[in-house]
Design a protein around this ligand. Structure first.
Ligand code: FES
Length: 162
């Protein structure tokens, strides 16, 4: 599910303003794409030719960098990033079921963002807190010893928040 009508549309003037504040040098590429992501939350496709024009490089080079770094996003992301662990420790303690339930609860598949931009669902190889398995993280908060009841409670609480 990709969001078709919300903040994919970006303020092009703001984009141009950011781009023109960087030197016309190839080495500006990484800091520039980072600045754009910081502003918009992702690298909008119309940014690619604008960046390339400013730095006098091919759009394919810009695209190459944007797709190379996993920390750079080409789609808008949710306000809440949910990461469910699929590492071995979590897997043997029911992580697969937790993932299934989170998917159902959010009506999202992995790497999808909800239409309202509330949630993005991702999985990770290990969250580094195996003793708490099965685990998940919402933004920076770790949720350990997950079970079906907790999945429901956590998302119910989140929905109740203003
Ligand atoms: S395997 Fe899930 S936290 Fe390490």
């Amino acid at each position: 599910m990709v969001n078709q009508n919300t903040p994919r549309e970006i303020d092009l003037n703001r984009l141009k303003e950011i781009v023109s504040s960087y030197e016309e040098q190839r080495w500006s590429l990484i800091p520039l794409v980072q600045a754009i992501q910081e502003e918009f939350g992702f690298i909008p496709p119309p940014a690619v030719p604008v960046i390339a024009g400013r730095l006098k490089i091919f759009p394919s080079e810009v695209q190459g960098v944007v797709s190379f770094y996993t920390q750079l996003y080409t789609e808008p992301r949710g306000k809440n990033i949910v990461r469910v662990c699929r590492g071995t420790a979590c897997h043997v303690r029911g992580g697969k079921t937790i993932l299934k339930l989170v998917k159902r609860q959010l009506e999202l598949e992995e790497n999808e963002t909800s239409e309202d931009l509330e949630y993005t669902l991702e999985t990770v190889a290990c969250l580094g807190v195996c003793a708490l398995s099965p685990t998940m993280v919402i933004n920076n908060r770790v949720y350990g010893h997950m079970n079906p009841k907790r999945v429901k409670e956590i998302f119910k609480q989140k929905e109740a928040q203003p």
